[in-house]
Design a protein around this ligand. Structure first.
Ligand code: SF4
Length: 482
């Protein structure tokens, strides 16, 4: 597989991971953070005797919803519209960005505040708004760090997991003034001081913003209610203070009823932050006169999801509730970090979701299904029982069949031709033995070179078994009577 740059300008996973593995500071940050969250998750999951049943219920609800997705999405549309909201359907990222940009332009505003949202990162909304002269301000603390640092997120739950405290302090001191309230000159790298600087910086935004953009963790079809769960409360400020709220939500986020939501509100916080429940759960249904945003727009995003739904093995990926538990237990993610995956979805879920949403036409996306040891730890912790190894193997098959392994395919074809005829095989073995003695290879040429970088190529014996057998028979030795 080529390591050539992709359309994203990023190298394929093996190259990107090699750089990350060489960064000792990054490895230290990742190990510390993932092991801490992993231990917290294990402790709160162990508290529940019925965790396997909850997990099974989450899986069953998602599977049922996905089988009837058309019906439930229409139910969402009807309920949101009846509650005074507006529903827009976006087939892809370009359409979703155009809808949101037009909606913001219609308000006459040039600034929007944002609630942490994977869907808007997936479609590159901030960049699209910037092109239209609209500035998007991230309000989640970790997203703020990423935005101020002109960086990319590397974890679903903790996007700045690759940064330590002193790096964050440097970013705040250097960049905050250009975006609003500056950081105090004597800022310490203590968590409390950093959080206070972010709070002061963001407060001005919350109080002046007229438009907010969010995603949603869930949409309840029976009432058209959207749900955001979070830890900081910044999301709730965005969801309640501005006049206009625009929510961009993947079509797989729907659950049929509030009773179904109850299952996920137990599964998600324990799996993501290792908490029994998350500190803030915000819900809203259309608009309520005199209370919260008076204009509400829901953008339902496909962007490849219906293609995933059509794949019998791959569709289980759409059960994902973005808890990030699979990242925190993955030995590959722990060493390679999130940037190596070249997508807003890193780790095991990224390795199966990104190639299904974007296809495997470029080197980066085709390399992602191989970014795994297939150890199965991700499946064990997944709260909706997505069999990630099964999907990885399925995607590897697609990459191989799509011509992703031309050298291996050619080698297998040649081997098949040789092994099909005993006489031909004998001749090839004889030639290989003689050639080997003339040109003693330790390393394969061409595409096979990578295989022999870490292995010695065994030397063919001076005499093949066939030749030895024939000689034994000719000499009338005991071997000829065997
Ligand atoms: S695949 Fe499972 S474990 Fe990973 S983020 Fe999604 S729900 Fe969580």
């Amino acid at each position: 597989m080529s390591d050539a740059s992709t359309f994203l300008g990023l190298p394929a996973f093996p190259s990107a991971a090699r750089d990350a593995v060489g960064n000792a500071q990054l490895r230290h940050n990742l190990r510390k953070a993932t092991h801490t969250i992993r231990a917290k998750r294990a402790a709160v999951v162990d508290e529940l005797d019925d965790w396997p049943q909850l997990r099974e219920a989450g899986k069953a609800i998602k599977d049922h919803t996905l089988r009837n997705l058309d019906r439930y999405l229409l139910q969402v549309e009807e309920a949101v519209t009846a509650a005074g909201g507006h529903v827009h359907w976006a087939a892809d990222a370009a359409e979703a960005n155009r809808i949101v940009t037009d909606l913001v332009r219609a308000t006459g505003e040039r600034d929007v505040v944002k609630v942490k949202s994977m869907a808007t990162q997936e479609i590159g909304l901030n960049e699209a708004l910037e092109e239209a002269g609209i500035r998007a301000y991230e309000t989640d603390l970790a997203e703020l760090i990423v935005q101020l640092g002109d960086d990319r997120p590397s974890h679903i739950l903790v996007p700045a997991i690759h940064r330590n405290r002193s790096e964050i302090r440097e970013i705040f001191l250097r960049e905050m003034a250009a975006w609003g309230e500056p950081a105090p000159a004597d800022l310490a790298d203590e968590p409390r001081a950093l959080a206070e600087a972010a709070r002061r910086h963001l407060r001005e935004r919350f109080l002046t913003a007229k438009v907010a953009v969010s995603g949603a963790n869930f949409m309840v079809a029976e009432t058209g209610t959207l749900v955001v769960v979070e830890s900081e409360g910044n999301g709730r400020m965005c969801l309640t203070l501005p006049d206009t709220l625009i929510s961009v939500v993947g079509i797989e986020k729907v659950v049929p009823t509030w009773q179904d939501l109850e299952v996920f509100l137990q599964l998600l916080p324990r799996s993501s932050t290792g908490e029994r429940m998350n500190p803030y759960t915000s819900t809203w249904t259309g608009v309520t006169p005199g209370d919260g945003p008076q204009n509400f727009h829901l953008v339902l995003l496909d962007n490849g999801r219906t293609g995933v739904l059509a794949d019998e093995v791959g569709r289980q990926t759409l059960r994902c509730i973005r808890c990030s538990a699979c990242l925190n237990v993955c030995p590959v993610y722990e060493r390679a970090g999130g940037h190596a995956y070249g997508s807003v979805y890193p780790g095991p879920i990224g390795a199966i979701l990104t190639p299904q949403l974007r296809g495997t036409a470029n080197a980066l996306d085709a390399s992602l299904p191989y970014a795994s040891t297939l150890c199965g730890a991700c499946y064990d912790v997944c709260p909706v029982a997505i069999d990630i190894p099964e999907v990885l193997v399925h995607l590897r098959e697609q990459v191989a069949e799509g011509g992703g392994h031309r050298a291996e395919k050619a080698a297998m074809k040649a081997a098949g031709w040789i092994f099909a005829d005993p006489v031909r095989l004998a001749r090839v073995q004889r030639v290989a033995g003689r050639t080997r003695r003339l040109v003693p290879l330790r390393r394969l040429p061409g595409p096979g070179a990578a295989w022999t970088d870490t292995r010695d190529l065994p030397a063919p014996p001076a005499q093949s078994f066939r030749d030895w057998w024939a000689a034994e028979r000719r000499n009338g030795t005991p071997g000829s009577r065997a």
